[in-house]
Write a protein that binds this ligand. Structure first.
Ligand SMILES: [Zn+2]
Length: 240
C-alpha cells in the first residue's frame, strides 16, 4: 500500500464510470484508476474535480498501474470557486501546471502550487500571488530571465527595458520597442530579482499595472519555451 498526499490536476472518464486521475505528489506525477468514480452518489465522485488536495491510499494493480483504495480530502479550496475571477485563475493555473509538468522537479512544483492554493484560498492578493507563482515556476522549469545585464551586450548600464521575447533586460542601445516589452525602474528590476530568490516582502514597490504586465509576460515566456498555447489566458480578466 502506498500512502501519500497529492493535488489532483486532471480527470478523464474511462469506460462508462471509471476515472483516471492525474495527481501531483511531492515525489512524482502519477495516473491513478478509480473504479466507479463517475457513478452518481459514488463516494469518490469529488476526486474527479481539479485542484483537490487529498491524502491518498493507493495500491499497485496487477494490470493498468496504480489504483485508488481510499482518499481523504485535506482541502478542496472551496473559496476559489465563489466568483468568476478566481475560477478563471484556477483554470489558468491548472492548465499551466498540466502542460509544464513533464520532466520537471515535481517536489518544487508541488510545494509551489500548494503554497499558491492555500494563499489564494485564504484571501491573498490574486495578481501578486499569480505573479510570484509564475516567476518561481519559470525558474523551476529553467527559463529564468537574464536580469544581470543586457541580453545583447551584457552591459550593466542603462537597463530599463525588460523583453520577454529576448529573455531579459535590454540596454538603451539595444532596446527595440517593436517587441512586447515593459519599461522598468532600477528599483522594480531589483524587486523582480528578489522575487526570483523567494522574497515576497518588496512586492509593494511594483504597481498594479506592472504586475499585470509581468503576468502576461511570464505566460508568454512559458508558451514560447514549451512551444505551446495556454488557452485559458484568454479567460483571465486580471484583477484591477
Ligand atoms: Zn545592450
Amino acid at each position: 500500500m502506498i500512502e501519500k498526499k497529492g493535488i489532483i490536476i486532471s480527470s478523464t472518464k474511462y469506460k462508462d464510470y471509471d476515472a483516471i486521475i492525474n495527481i501531483l505528489f511531492n515525489d512524482s506525477f502519477e495516473s491513478v484508476l478509480i473504479r466507479g468514480a463517475y457513478r452518481k452518489n459514488n463516494m469518490n465522485l469529488f476526486l474527479t474535480n481539479k485542484m483537490v488536495y487529498a491524502d491518498f491510499e493507493l495500491y499497485q494493480g496487477k494490470v493498468n498501474g496504480l489504483k485508488l483504495k481510499s482518499a481523504q480530502v485535506i482541502d478542496s479550496f472551496s473559496n476559489l470557486y465563489n466568483d468568476y475571477d478566481h475560477i478563471s485563475i484556477m483554470m489558468l493555473i491548472n492548465e499551466i501546471v498540466r502542460k509544464c509538468i513533464i520532466d520537471i522537479d515535481t517536489e518544487k512544483v508541488y510545494n509551489l502550487l500548494l503554497k499558491l492554493l492555500k494563499g489564494l484560498n485564504s484571501g491573498k492578493d490574486v495578481n501578486k500571488s499569480i505573479c510570484y507563482f509564475l516567476i518561481q515556476l519559470t525558474k523551476i522549469i529553467g527559463v529564468e530571465l537574464m536580469l544581470e545585464g543586457c541580453v545583447d551586450c551584457n552591459s550593466k548600464e542603462n537597463l530599463h527595458l525588460l523583453s520577454f521575447e529576448h529573455g531579459g533586460l535590454l540596454c538603451d542601445d539595444h532596446r527595440n520597442l517593436d517587441v512586447d516589452s515593459i519599461l522598468l525602474s532600477a528599483k522594480e528590476i531589483a524587486v523582480i530579482k528578489e522575487l526570483y530568490i523567494d522574497d515576497y516582502s518588496h512586492f509593494d514597490f511594483l504597481s498594479d499595472l506592472t504586475i499585470k504586465e509581468l503576468i502576461i509576460g511570464f505566460i508568454y515566456l512559458i508558451e514560447k519555451s514549451f512551444g505551446l498555447d495556454i488557452n485559458s489566458k484568454e479567460l483571465i480578466n486580471i484583477h484591477s
